[in-house]
Design a protein around this ligand. Structure first.
Ligand code: SIN
Length: 280
């Protein structure tokens, strides 16, 4: 018997789920339904939830181990939690380019649970894009070309002393110290989702810099085209946050972007990521 109500948010991606109180230790049946909704819709949203940090982590652990983000792990807070705080005079925000989370890692996270603690009355939405559809809508010729290609992913644009965060004001800190070292790994340009078996495009603006075996300059025309192809409006949805909303995205087949439009307002979110596996 199904306990959840699932309402799709667009024809391409995203669904709002109701009928569950996430502050409770949810039973296995409901966890199974949430996982299925995630696989079906790529990103799912819950509203009017009241969850503290421990409940947030307990929920995440039902889907895998908690992922510790190496760059947000600045030593002054619980490493299993990232507090994303946008303050009024910030010049940058977390996630302001279209991206898949943390793909510089050999094993990028499988997903993330982002919870809204305090959001402005309007603005500060997040957009999500379906990377199965990004792949499936390519021509047969392009699919064949990309089939054997790999791409280098690095975190040098999002952390460390040469990143934009080191030059402009952003309240949510990442490591910028001299001991920080770039993390670099290559992944297939087209990955196969380990649970659904479907293929999806796996390149993104924050981390992907060059095709393996090519220079960045040589890669740029095709790589930039592919990255833009992966967030056309018809394969996206847009989520308007309220205090108590929670988004859970499947980082294996989704890109997302936080809209940087709230000017002098404040926005406070809590994020827990779930560990993933080697990309194949
Ligand atoms: C992120 O990229 O994980 C943050 C998204 C958001 O704050 O909307």
């Amino acid at each position: 018997m199904t306990t959840l109500t699932v309402r799709p948010l667009s024809s391409a991606i995203g669904a709002e789920i109701s009928g569950v109180d996430l502050s409770q230790d949810v039973n296995d049946t409901v966890i199974g339904e949430i996982r299925q909704a995630l696989l079906d819709h790529c990103v799912i949203f819950f509203r009017e939830q009241e969850i503290d940090t421990e409940q947030h982590k307990r929920l995440a652990k039902r889907f895998g181990d908690i992922f510790i983000h190496p760059n947000f792990n600045t030593g002054d807070h619980d490493p299993e939690v990232v507090t994303i705080h946008r303050k009024p005079d910030d010049e940058l925000i977390v996630g302001e380019d279209w991206h898949t989370d943390t793909t510089m890692m050999a094993e990028p996270p499988m997903g993330a649970l982002l919870y809204a603690l305090d959001v402005p009355e309007f603005g500060g939405d997040t957009l999500f894009a379906n990377q199965y559809l990004a792949y499936e809508s390519l021509s047969d010729g392009m699919k064949e070309l990309l089939g054997g290609m790999r791409c280098i992913h690095t975190d040098r644009k999002v952390a460390g002393p040469d990143s934009r965060v080191a030059k402009f004001k952003r309240s949510t800190a990442v490591r910028l110290d001299d001991e920080w070292r770039e993390t670099r790994n290559s992944h297939p340009v087209v990955r196969t989702h380990p649970e659904t078996g479907r293929k999806c495009l796996f390149v993104n603006h924050s981390y992907s810099v060059a095709f393996e075996g090519m220079t960045e300059e040589e890669s740029a025309p095709l790589l930039n085209w592919l990255m833009d192809w992966g967030h056309r409006p018809e394969i996206t949805c847009r989520f308007r946050w309220e205090k108590g909303s929670l988004a859970f995205w499947d980082n294996r087949c989704v890109k997302h972007i936080a809209v940087h439009d709230i000017q002098h307002a404040e926005r406070l979110m809590r994020r827990v990521q779930i560990a993933g596996e080697k990309v194949a």
